[in-house]
Design a binder for this molecule. Sequence first.
Ligand code: AMP
Ligand code: ZN
Length: 111
Amino acid sequence: MSDCLFCKIIAGEIPSSKVYEDDVCYAFNDIDPQAPTHFLVIPKAHIASCGEITPENSAVVAHCFEVIVKICKELGVESYRIVNNCGDQAGQTVKHLHFHVLAGRDMTWPP
Ligand code: AMP
Ligand code: ZN
């Protein structure tokens, strides 16, 4: 999608600090980290939010979670929080599905 920030990051048109990449997803460090470890995992296909997950595209979500586990193991991170903000009230600012992975500090609940 031409005017999507994360599609531009995937295309290399905007620089990012890459953590991982394969045919289906891309992972990169958040530009404004909220924890000592804070990276984002995004599908390469443009899906605007969690609200657009369907039976046809949900396999990429499962893949994103497999990748999160793989990255965390490689980083030696054993405890982490996965966050998805869906919609404006939840705090979604970039309308391309992304999973935040935060680690390295105590987390509070409720968030
Ligand atoms: P959300 O508010 O859940 O939509 O999350 C969007 C995230 O994208 C925020 O944590 C931002 O800090 C992050 N972000 C925005 N622009 C960039 C960028 N150019 N590179 C890396 N992370 C970014
Ligand atoms: Zn996009």
